[in-house]
Design a protein around this ligand. Structure first.
Ligand code: FAD
Length: 482
């Protein structure tokens, strides 16, 4: 189909536009016409779900939304733990906009469509002897999903993944297609590389990559006190240092990743991975829903299973990724790196009090502690500061709910006291007046939104609530209304 000018699209009868996108509009009886995030903690039933296969169809969907006064929410694979991807308006799923468009080994660059998953991107890059520079705990997400939320891996000298974006091609609310970078429309670029899908539809992303590499993962467990009093040395002791804290057991698993030319070496442990690690722990967490004391033993078992010294070597992206186990409630905050020790000590006190109190919250495991370098991206939680990320999880064994609110409320209060900035993809209570104090460029971001989307085509419920301060109930899309 030949793309026509958008002004012309606005003159085409609406029913004709609907006809154009009919082949990519899901039937309301399709299971995919309802959206649920990965953790099944938020669900929505959009007015319509589109799965475009080309850019022209995206233009038409936007033209219909403008005409009908509807919101369009782009969605990747829905791994955001909050309602960030939810909408009662139109949903535009990017699963078919998933191609690699060009790879340049010499310049260490790849251009891919926003809907490609990181798993697919790793495979395509590997064919060219290239790899992403840093990766988080999983690679199921889409490239646009990680860029718009400033998803991070770990490494005190490594920025969040958006710092590797060189340029973007966006489809704006008015249907125009723009290319932006640090040199071309820089404000739009700085807003969009952590823009929560609110500045436009990301069509293509140009990403800096590096020659494919292996990582050596050296692991050991240490008492909390030894780790926290040496946190500075540990964070700097590897290219990518990450820590997993088991609060009840008072131990921390240290995992230090460095680039290496060593042969691959497996760390597979059948007992841990399949029997104990997965099934027995999940069953214990399930029983822990009724008898809180069982969570205590589950954490001790998990800490013990993870306690052996180990060395593994594999392709970088495989070592970065982890088994994130069961569906989960989670929240994660970024604090100035200099507050790490004090914050961890406050958290330890809080978890102790909860675990010792008969009606206190029972912590699962592990608390994830990671690091990132400062950046200048307007809404990046690492903006302007070396950062320590601290994330908490309460598992949902077999998908069942568990109590988590009391624990997360206490956790969030402590992180906020240490100047924490919440991960954008995870649930948090902050509104513009809080965010303005945390982000020096918050108002620049709002200015860009007003410029590129004055009629609010991309202003989903999450954006309305957290960025624009509108009264949109945070329980609107919750599966469990507590
Ligand atoms: C098990 C698990 C592990 C995780 N590990 C990490 C981790 O290690 N580090 C970390 O920082 N985060 C982590 N996350 C969070 C995750 O990286 C983010 O939620 C990410 O946004 C998910 O990508 P997605 O493709 O599922 O995006 P979605 O959840 O579908 O969407 C996220 C946002 O991206 C926007 N978006 C998607 N596509 C486009 C597009 N083409 N144009 C414009 N906007 C778009 C959506 O509108 C929405 O605002 C994890 C989440 C889970 C469930």
């Amino acid at each position: 189909m030949i793309s026509v000018l958008n002004s012309q699209l606005d003159n085409i009868p609406l029913h004709h536009l609907y006809d154009v996108v009919k082949p990519v509009t899901l039937s309301s009886t399709s299971p995919d016409a309802k959206f649920s995030n990965w953790a099944k903690t938020f669900v929505c039933k959009p007015l319509a779900v589109f799965e475009p296969t080309d850019e022209y169809q995206c233009e038409v969907i936007l033209a219909i939304a403008r005409r009908e006064g509807k919101v369009v929410r782009a969605v990747g694979v829905g791994h955001s733990p909050s309602d960030l991807a939810c909408t009662n308006g139109f949903m535009l799923r990017t699963r078919h906009l998933n191609k690699v468009l060009s790879v340049d080994y010499e310049k260490r660059r790849v251009i891919a469509q926003g809907g490609i998953t990181l798993n697919d991107l790793h495979a395509r890059l590997a064919e060219h002897g290239l790899a992403m520079i840093n990766v988080g705990s999983i690679s199921d997400q889409t490239l646009a999903g990680i860029v718009t939320t400033a998803t991070h891996g770990t490494g005190i000298h490594y920025g969040v993944m958006s710092t590797h974006v060189l340029s973007l091609t966006l489809l704006l609310a008015d249907g125009s297609r723009v290319h932006c970078s640090r040199h071309e429309m820089p404000d739009l670029f700085m807003a969009s590389i952590c823009g929560l899908g609110s500045t436009g539809l990301i069509l293509n992303i140009e990403l800096e990559v590096e020659p494919a590499f292996r990582l050596r993962d050296e692991g050991c467990s240490r008492p909390f006190e030894d780790v926290v009093s040496n946190i500075e040395a540990i964070a700097h002791s590897a290219e990518h240092a990450r820590l997993y804290w088991f609060p009840v057991a008072d131990t921390v698993r240290i995992s230090l990743l460095n680039r290496t030319h060593e042969e691959k070496k497996s760390n597979g442990n059948w007992l841990w991975d399949s029997l104990m690690g997965h099934h027995i722990l999940q069953f214990m967490l399930f029983i822990g829903r009724y008898f809180g004391a069982v969570n205590f033993w589950a954490t001790h078992l998990a800490a013990w299973l993870a306690s052996a010294d180990s060395v593994a070597v594999d392709d970088g992206y495989k070592v970065f990724n982890l088994d994130c186990r069961y569906l989960q409630y989670t929240t994660e905050w970024a604090i100035p790196y200099s507050n790490t020790e004090a914050c961890l000590r406050d958290l330890r006190q809080f978890f102790r009090e909860e675990n010792e109190s008969p009606d206190g919250a029972r912590t699962h495991f592990p608390i994830e502690i990671r690091f990132s370098a400062p950046d200048d991206i307007w809404l990046s939680p690492s903006n302007g500061q070396q950062t320590c990320w601290i994330g908490i999880i309460q598992y949902k064994p077999y998908g069942f709910n568990v109590p988590y609110r009391r624990l997360f409320d206490g956790f969030e209060k402590i992180l906020a006291r240490h100047q924490g900035r919440p991960h954008w993809a995870k649930t948090h209570p902050l509104v513009p007046e809080d965010l303005r104090k945390l982000y020096p460029d918050f108002d620049k971001f709002i200015t860009v939104l007003d410029q590129v989307d004055p009629s609010g085509v991309f202003r989903s419920e999450y954006i309305q609530r957290h960025i624009l301060g509108k009264q949109v109930d945070s329980r609107t899309f919750k599966t469990r209304r507590t």
